[in-house]
Design a protein around this ligand. Structure first.
Ligand code: EPZ
Length: 441
């Protein structure tokens, strides 16, 4: 049953929220358990839709997944892995992009994989060409079938020398999950090195994998025949932490984010300070708050790690609508990630999007007709309106804009937000937000 949020704006968010395991690591660590010959335990697991989707996909393939009712920790036992029926897998088509990462582990476990057509946020074309090319380089046979892709490797996967055209997080994970038990050495150049990637490498190392990350973004994997299980506490979600930090600025509030980790948010924290946000960095979390004065405009360019994370720009842009002056954001990771600004403009924000690369370096999308640069002029008074949430991060941005706006907003499509923000309506209520949840007609 879909719900509707009716939000009465103008109330500063104040209080404390807890952020748990990273949405962009936990499902991948669950998939990694398939590579082991004994059970694994994953801790600090959030209650989000992406975890539910991967749980049911793994169960379809004979993996038992037990959830501790008190802690939420997962125990995953892959010892009876089996082929799943295509129709059953198809039922999950469109839920998320994670299924593509099952290819390597399933080939190692049962010799083949069928991956349904993928879902994920509509923030660009989201192709999987890098993934399929990587699998072919490991010796897999990739066949397009109705409703999805069938992958097999009769002779098993063999280590390969791979170079990615772009430091893709997903393609790097594809290599890690395929190479650890492939025969021989794999060398991946042009790899992604996000904190979630390093945490996945930590999971695999606990299982017995031999993986080294070199200074030039090259990752070297020595294939081993067998892997054991792991016991791992997932790193916390830096994207959710940054979202609450932006919410504190937008609503002129004060939020302590338990679990926010300075090490993974260094670039965000520098930007937050430049905008004029207040922060107290502690061992168990970070307090983010509006200092009462004006917010400063800035010029921002998203990039792969350790650059400014693309998932951080949407909530921050809402704060930039309140800054005094003109800000520029050049989105270089996704070609179409400013769709969420339409609703902000309807609320009164002054934002123009452009095809040009308005940043320090031309990116892959320059002169290719993608509206991937934004110019934001502030401060702008936001007024409540009807909003239908377009994607995960854009949806959270709409929520915090509605919370700061004058008047009432009616927000639909909020189920998308459950994919990556654990218990977000409870957290909003705990921070003093004024809203009602009703079932959609
Ligand atoms: C992961 O997506 C994250 N999702 C994204 O978070 C994050 O924004 C992104 O990495 C970048 O950090 C998960 O981990 C589930 P990519 P992923 O492969 O792996 C292009 C969120 O809000 N590309 O690094 O799909 C792609 O189109 C989400 O939490 C190809 O061209 O990202 C994009 O332009 C959004 N071909 C660029 O590379 C491919 O085969 C980066 O994508 C794969 C990717």
């Amino acid at each position: 049953m879909s719900s509707v949020l009716t939000i009465r704006g103008g109330v500063p968010l104040t209080g404390r929220v807890t952020v748990r395991g990273a949405k962009n690591l936990v499902p991948k660590a669950m998939v990694a358990a398939l590579l082991g010959n004994e059970p694994s335990v994953l801790r600090n697991v959030p209650e989000i839709k992406d975890v539910e989707v991967v749980t049911s996909l793994l169960q379809l393939h004979g993996v038992t997944v037990e959830k501790d009712p008190l802690t939420g920790d997962l125990t995953l036992d892959p010892t009876n892995a089996k082929t799943a029926s295509h129709t059953a897998i198809d039922a999950h088509a469109g839920d998320s992009r994670i299924p593509i990462l099952l290819c390597g582990p399933l080939i190692h476990a049962i010799g083949e994989a069928f991956i349904p057509d993928l879902g994920g946020c509509k923030i660009g074309d989201r192709p999987i060409d890098y993934h399929l090319n990587v699998l072919r380089q490991f010796g897999a046979v990739v066949e397009k079938r109705p409703g999805g892709i069938h992958i097999s490797a009769p002779g098993g996967l063999k280590g390969a020398k791979i170079s990615l055209p772009y430091p893709s997080v997903g393609a790097t994970e594809q290599v890690l999950l395929s190479a650890t038990r492939a025969e021989g050495i794999t060398e991946l150049s042009g790899a992604a090195t996000e904190p979630e990637i390093v945490d996945l490498i930590a999971v695999l190392q606990k299982m017995g994998a031999i993986i080294s990350v070199q200074t030039d973004r090259t990752i070297r994997i020595e294939g081993v025949p067998d892997l054991g299980g792991y016991n791992h506490r997932a790193l916390s979600d830096r994207n959710e932490s940054a979202s609450w930090a932006s919410a504190a600025l937008v609503t002129r509030g004060d939020i302590f984010v338990e679990g926010a980790t300075q090490r993974d948010m260094m670039t965000f924290l520098n930007t937050y300070r430049k905008v004029g946000g207040g922060m107290d960095i502690g061992d168990d979390g970070i307090r983010f708050y509006h200092k009462g004065g004006k917010l400063n405009p800035l010029v921002l360019e998203t990039d792969v790690h350790p650059g400014f994370m693309t998932d951080w720009q949407q909530p921050l842009i809402v704060a930039l609508t309140q800054a005094e002056g003109v800000s520029i954001v050049h989105e270089t990771v996704y070609e179409n990630r400013f769709g969420f600004t339409d609703a902000l403009i309807r609320m009164g924000a002054n934002i123009q999007v452009h095809r040009e690369c308005l940043g320090s370096v031309p990116c892959r999308f320059g002169q290719r007709n993608f509206l991937h640069s934004a110019v934001i002029s502030g401060p702008a008074q936001l007024t409540g309106t009807d909003i239908d949430v377009p994607d995960l991060r854009g949806g959270f941005s709409h929520l915090i804009a509605a919370l700061a706006a004058n008047g009432t907003s009616r927000v639909t499509g909020i189920d998308i937000i459950n994919r990556g923000y654990e218990r977000f309506t409870e957290k909003l209520a705990g921070l003093g937000a004024d809203f009602d949840i009703t079932a959609a007609e």
